[in-house]
Design a binder for this molecule. Structure first.
Ligand code: IMP
Length: 475
């Protein structure tokens, strides 16, 4: 705990992705979890996918907060989250099968919105334009706001389901049947899924029940008793339902301030906002992507690949990434970078669209949402650009710098990382340190750490939160 924090009163930091999701937030949480007592979710649901290196191997979790493999932490799922009970049961089984006891460690707000069978049906049959993850999250939040539709109560909170499962499940079925009756064509597979979902729901409710927290003041009490909370944002700032580019966004708020609504804590405890970005940017799903390699052609390629179910295996069978890396066509370079840096959706397996590090976008996010420090992941992957036509590291400059210097994209010198020790950041190659300075100058926030490989100990951390005089570095 930093010196200026009273030992009898804790604090909360909020960690958010600054781009389009999948920036490696879970890896950063893994790195800094030792500084916190509680890791809490405040938005999103099973549409998130965080990859965690657990003692027994790599796991992808969707709803259980990322600190789960740090036994000293408690975990909280706040009321702003949409809970998929079927998937949550599976996650609890998976985690506990790995030897982790969640009793008295995991707490789930009883006001979380419950994803219902009707939501899967609506998302499944309406997702093409946006390219959602089809987890029913958008329709769930829509129903939270609708409350009643066609005479059926459609807003279900976890506490409703726990109090009277039979009545609520009957309403869920009625609402799903109403959706099915509106659909033309063969809906047999959707009906079968509906039947299976309702049949298994009771078991899922009972599996989750012991973890449900009915006290809305839970986090507040813990923090006043000295607990340090880390809020873990799902999705990312560019996908915020209001601040992102509608309609190509997720359905919840991803901005840091929402942590204190969906996370059930007073904002008086806020300390720092931590941003996570990645040096090779990716986006899964449709929508604007200003620094995309291959621009509209790459977007069309992505749409066609999703429609045809083409992912990692198909691209591996069709392309030699080392060859594409040298191509003069930026779309080829994007495909090569995706293959060589493993950019496929962790939840959906879809190929992710690839773009240059966009410093203009990061500057906007840092400024708008008061980001104090930034972790930049996948910096090691930038070395691949050396083999490309850029022969160095291309970055999209801020509009101000571009106007002043008359260039949109700057090529920065490449660096060699094979022999570096992330534990000694001051000894990192001078080109890498110069790269970090350019990024800090452009985005207006200090880069606290850089990811130099997928493992946790491959992150070079330049200082610890609370040690740095943050305001001095911000421009
Ligand atoms: P939804 O959140 O499933 O409704 O999908 C809306 C958009 O957000 C789509 O473009 C998804 O690909 C994107 N999205 C949702 N969750 C994530 C995530 O965890 N990582 C990256 N993209 C996501």
């Amino acid at each position: 705990m930093s010196a200026n924090i009273s030992p009898v009163r804790g604090h909360a930091d909020v960690l958010v992705g600054l781009q389009y999701g999948d920036e490696g937030k879970a890896k950063v949480i893994d790195l800094i979890a030792g500084d916190y007592d509680i890791i809490a979710r405040f938005n999103g649901g099973a549409n998130a996918g965080h990859t965690i290196d657990a003692p027994a191997g790599r796991v992808v979790l969707q709803q259980v907060p990322s600190g789960v493999f740090h036994p000293h932490t408690q975990l909280y799922i706040g009321s702003g989250s949409a809970v998929n009970l079927w998937k949550l049961k599976n996650e609890l089984d998976l985690v506990e099968a790995g030897g982790v006891d969640l009793t008295d460690r995991l707490f789930i707000s009883d006001r979380c919105a419950v994803v219902q069978p009707a939501h899967f049906i609506i998302d499944e049959t309406n997702s093409a334009d946006i390219g959602t993850t089809k987890n029913g999250v958008g329709p769930c939040y829509a129903d939270r706001a609708s409350r009643v539709r066609n005479g059926i109560r459609v807003n279900v909170q976890l506490r409703d389901l726990l109090a009277d499962p039979d009545t609520v499940m009957a309403a869920m079925r009625a609402s799903a049947e109403a959706e099915l009756s509106r659909l033309a064509g063969d809906v047999q597979h959707l009906r079968e899924r509906l039947d299976a979902s309702i049949t298994s729901l009771l078991e899922c409710i009972e599996r989750v029940r012991p973890f449900v927290q009915t006290d809305r003041g839970y986090l507040g009490r813990r923090v006043t008793a000295g607990a340090r909370v880390l809020f873990e944002g799902a999705q990312s700032l560019m996908l915020d339902v209001v601040h992102g580019d509608q309609p190509y966004v997720t359905a919840s708020h991803t901005v840091p301030a929402y942590a204190y609504v969906g996370g059930d804590l007073s904002p008086q405890y806020h300390r720092y906002t931590i941003g996570v970005a990645k040096a090779v940017v990716s986006r899964v799903g449709n929508g604007p992507f200003p620094s995309e390699l291959g621009a509209e052609r790459a977007e069309a390629y992505f749409a066609a690949a999703c429609a045809a179910g083409r992912g990692k295996a198909e691209e591996n069978a069709d392309y030699l990434p080392e060859e594409l890396l040298r191509s003069a066509d930026p779309m080829d370079l994007g495909i090569a970078l995706r293959m060589l840096t493993h950019e496929y959706g962790s939840g959906t397996g879809r190929p992710r669209r690839i773009g240059l590090l966009d410093l203009q976008q990061l500057r906007e996010m840092v400024g708008l949402f008061g980001v104090d420090v930034v972790y930049l992941n996948k910096v090691d992957c930038l070395a691949l650009y050396k083999e490309s036509v850029y022969a160095g590291i291309p970055v999209r400059l801020t509009a101000e710098t571009a106007a002043r210097d008359g260039e949109q994209v700057r090529i920065l010198p490449s660096f060699e990382l094979s022999a570096v020790d992330p534990a000694a950041p001051e000894l990192l190659p001078k080109e890498l340190l110069a790269f970090r300075s350019v990024v800090e100058q452009e985005i207006g926030a200090p880069v606290i750490g850089v990811g130099l490989g997928p493992e946790r100990d491959r992150t070079a951390q330049f200082f610890r939160l609370g040690e740095h005089r943050l305001q001095e570095t911000r421009t």
